[in-house]
Ligand binder design. Structure first.
Ligand SMILES: [Fe+2]
Ligand SMILES: [Fe+2]
Length: 276
């Protein structure tokens, strides 16, 4: 089993590619192409074109959650894919906000209405349970908060009845590939915690070994204690490739790079890798 992972959009970019705050990763496995997220605007389609990737050949889209930096490129992507199944959690349509420090609240949710996306070909497959895409490729469904030290970003909210309430990010999904060499897990933002996500993937598949975790880890405001605990748990899971992106942040990325040395990499726009 061979897996190709191509990052189409990320906060930083390799030479020649466009960067923007967001994430979009293309997975090719078992002759199936799955696009996880779409970036914030047009960088994913632009970078796909540079790489010679024909987005009309994609089989599925998975939206890791409703935030605009993962869903904002959906219109541009759908213009190229045409009719396609879009797997996500129903809460992607919640009215999502961020409010950092004393700043004013900012809308950070989906920027399109469902009808427009459907008119462009999106066939939404919305649910709370894991979805199998192939025998060995599945979404996580809702991720339980099981670790002692991971918590959801307290600056994220949903608005209901005119009031901001903490966003539990139930819509946070990851993609799990159960390979002969261990689990490969591709993360959007890991809002419900990278370790919670990986533990859930282990429980879903019965596979203990986590070979690779790739994508956003939302450690950018994590305490040193949380980062150290995360490192210890990743070690225990036997991780052999760690490619962080996006909301990992500089500080946690630097610490992970120092700790994991050559199994660590920054997963930027334009990064292509083949596993194992
Ligand atoms: Fe997010
Ligand atoms: Fe994000």
């Amino acid at each position: 089993m061979e897996i190709q992972i191509t990052t189409l959009s990320e906060n930083t970019a390799n030479y020649g590619f466009l960067a923007e705050w967001g994430l979009s990763i293309l997975i090719e496995v078992d002759e199936t192409k799955i696009l996880i997220d779409t970036g914030l605007s047009f960088s994913a389609v632009h970078n796909a074109q540079l790489l010679g990737i024909d987005l009309s050949t994609i089989d599925r889209i998975m939206l890791s959650h409703g935030h605009a930096d993962h869903t904002g490129g959906l219109r541009e992507v759908l213009r190229r894919t045409g009719e396609i199944v879009v797997i996500a959690h129903p809460d992607i349509w919640a009215f999502k906000y961020a409010r950092r420090d004393q700043e004013e609240e900012q809308y950070v949710g989906i920027r399109f209405c469902r009808e427009e996306m459907e008119s462009l070909g999106a066939r939404f497959d919305l649910g709370r349970q894991p979805v199998h895409i192939t025998d060995r490729v599945m979404t996580t469904g809702e991720i339980p908060m099981t670790s002692r030290y991971e918590e959801i970003d307290k600056d994220l909210f949903v608005k209901a009845g005119g009031m901001l309430q903490p966003d539990k990010l139930d819509d946070d999904l990851a993609l799990v590939i159960d390979t002969d060499f261990g689990l490969v897990v591709v993360l959007g933002c890991a809002h419900r915690g990278i370790v919670n996500t990986l533990r859930h993937a282990q429980n879903l598949t019965g596979q203990e070994l986590v070979y690779a975790a790739i994508g956003g880890t939302h450690l950018f405001r994590a305490s040193d204690e949380r980062v150290e605990q995360t490192i210890a748990d990743l070690r225990e899971m036997g991780i052999q490739r760690l490619g962080v992106s996006h909301c990992t942040g500089f500080r946690a990325s630097a610490r992970l790079a120092q700790e994991f040395e050559d199994i660590f990499f920054l997963n930027n726009a334009g990064t292509r890798l083949t596993l194992p």
